[in-house]
Every structure is written in C-alpha cells, then in structure tokens.
Design a protein around this ligand. Sequence first.
Ligand code: EPU
Length: 421
Amino acid sequence: MDKFVINGGAKLSGSISVSGAKNSALKILAATILSDQKCIINNFPFIEDTNNAIEILRNLGATVDVDKVKKMVIVNPVGINKTSLDSLLVRKLRSSILFAGPILAKFGQVEMKHPGGCVIGKRPIDLFLDGFEKLGAEVEFIDDGFRLKAKFGKLKGTNIFFPQITVTGTETMMMTAVLAEGKTILNNCAMEPEIPALADYLNKCGAKIKGAGSHTIEIEGVEKIHGSYFDVIPDRIEAGTFVVMGLATQSEIKIENCNPEHLGAFLPILQKAGARLEVGKDYIITKPSQMKAVSVVTHEYPGFATDLQSPYTLLMTQVQNQSIVHEAIFEGRLFFTDQLNSMGANIIMCDPHRVVVNGPTKLYGKKLTSPDLRAGITMVLAGMIAEGTTTIENIYQIDRGYENIEARLQKLGVDIKRITS
Ligand code: EPU
C-alpha cells in the first residue's frame, strides 16, 4: 500500500489547474451505454474511480480507448453483450449503481450485487429501486444483489417524486427514462452542476430532456440515441479544496480552469469568514487572510457541499473562535476529526452529524490513515500546515479522486512524496 510523507510548513506559490470532475465523468461513462455509436469524452480525469468505471464498461463488452496525454476516452458501446455487472468491480465502486439504469433501459434487464455501504455512511439504494419500479421494472432480490426486468420488455414513462434529494438517483432516473416509452417527470430533483452537464450530453446524443439543474426534469422518451462528444466540466470539489489549501497555508496561489459559479454557497461563506479571494470567470486566487470562525450546515446544491465539509473543518481549526460544523447529508463523514485531534486540533464531536471546532490550534505531524476520499485529501492539507512530518496511509482512497496529486502539489512548493511499497 502506498503512503504519502509530507513535511509541513512550506509557503505555497504558483498556480494549479483543476481536473475534469470525477462525479461528472462517471455519469457520462454510464450514459454511453445508451448510445448506438462511439462517444468521445475530453478533459477526462484518470483516477481510480474512473479507471474502475472503464473496467465495468469493458467487462460488459464495450470497447474503451484511452489517451492519457490528450485526456481523452472513446467508448464504443456497440459490443455490449452482458446485462450483469461484475461483482468485484461493483464492490470497488459504490457509484456502479449508475450503470444499472442505462443497461435496464437499453436491454430490458440488469443484474448486480448490492454496491454496499462505505465509511461516510450507509448509502442505501431504495430510491433507485423505487424509481426503477415506477418506470415499469420488476425487482427481484437475489443472493446479495438484485435483478431488474422491464415488465413489458420496455420501460414506460412515469412521474417520480424523490422523497429525499439524491444526486446519483436523479441522474440514474434521468438516464433510464431517455429510452422509456412516453414522458417521465422527475420531481424534487438534485440540482448539482453535474446533472445539467449530463443532460446536455444526452441531448447532444438525441435525448429530449428539459429542466435539468432545476427541481423538475422532464424527459420525453426516444427510440434510440446516437454518439456524441463531451468536455468533462471542471471538478468543483477539487477547486474548493485547493482554495482551502491556499487559505490554510496563508499562501497566494491561483486555481485555474475552474468554474467558481459551481461552488455555490462555498465562496460566500469563506468570504464571510474573512477569506481574501480574487474570483475570475475561470480562476480563483487566494491571498493571506485573517479569518474568523463561521458555522456551516452541509446542504444539497447550491448549498454548502458535503464533499467540502472536511477541508472546511480543517480550516476552522486554524482561525479565531468557535464554529459548529453540521454534516447533514452523511452520518459517517466527521469521524476523521479524531485524527485531526491527534495532530493537536480541538474538535469536539456532539453527535455523528455535528462537531464544535475551537480555533486556532497548532498542528503537529502525525501518522494518519485516510478513511475516505475527502477526509484523505484533508489530511494532506493538514500535513502541509503541521509542524514536522505527517505520514498518510491508505492513500488509495485519495487516488480514487485526485489525479497525480503529489506532482501537482510539488509544483506549488509542497514537500510531499509518495512511498510505494
Ligand atoms: N439516499 C437514500 N436512498 C437512496 C439514495 C440516497 O436514503 O437510494 C440518501 C443518502 O444516504 C444520503 C442522501 O440520500 O443521506 C443524499 O445522497 P445522494 O444520493 O445525493 O448521494 P450520492 O448520489 O450517492 C453523490 C456524490 C457524492 C456526494 C453526494 C452528495 C457521486 C458519484 N457521488 O453521491 O460524492 O457526496 O452526491 O452531494 O456523484 C465524493 O465524491 O466523495 C462523494 C461521496
């Protein structure tokens, strides 16, 4: 297992470019199944999660050509000859559930193991199964998984009201309804930028989707869709994490190739806390700032993103006063704060959803283990501001979402190296 070793204390300078969004690329890969022709994806992030998603497509029979230099992937779904998802790959990638809808829509059936829980919370799939049933699928539970079959050979348009806002649930039902007969209306949809991006891609392929990016999405089913191309949108979570990195290290750095509008409530909250930021159309520059504590509650887009909660919690350990961080979406996403406390932070857990952060505190290098992707990158940031050496184990979790991260950070002046064992 690889690990990172970071010597803290360096001031950073220069610029860092944001990669294509993991949580957009994964959905486009799944959507390619619906097409009858090749699909070209540009600005593609080559990370563990997208590599596993490519393996899922190949295992189904699709041809996937990758060009890492051009950051391009070409998927030809024509050879797909299987309707059951490989169980090992399904276990590796929680978002493998995204592939079930397009297979069901195109081939009338699909079978997969339950994608399982993960450390950030239970991650149930009840809203997916309810949606598939409403679209006319029979759900049969089999040996730690499920089989879906379109009752009349083909899915039928319907009305779906999500009792709880779900990002991949919204995306899955939108993709599944593209080839259903008649009109589907999705209500109480998630509005994350990856959703209109997916709709734009599908519409370019010939789908008829209206309203993506709002709470109501209408999909007029079509017989088939063709291939197209897509430029993956910039990763808003990576951009937000780099903003925290600049602020927490009191450095002036330029975060390039991002879309600040996609950060929703995040930048206004940082500015309220005293962050000095220059925000352009596609860049953000951080400046050394005297910040004070501001409490936050994570919320669906455009609220404060749960995926930015962990770096923000770290930032609050470095500013004056007390804040409450309320993680409203996932029940397991604050446990990493134990490890920040081992470095010298003063964070009190009230319950699994809430912590009180007392700042400022000096952090000291420690041996840490990355529990999940977002907590893992936060530990990298903590290592940068700590005195001494920090070692982070289980960095597979960081590689799941951040491409070639150590090389990109080294260019800014971070003393980080990967130890491969
Ligand atoms: N939920 C259910 N039943 C379901 C589906 C969801 O109860 O069938 C609950 C979840 O347990 C959670 C809430 O609904 O409490 C919202 O979860 P959502 O379905 O929106 O999360 P997701 O679609 O599984 C995506 C991102 C996550 C991000 C969340 C919230 C992808 C691949 N994943 O997950 O990203 O945290 O939305 O914005 O898009 C990450 O990138 O590190 C990550 C975890």
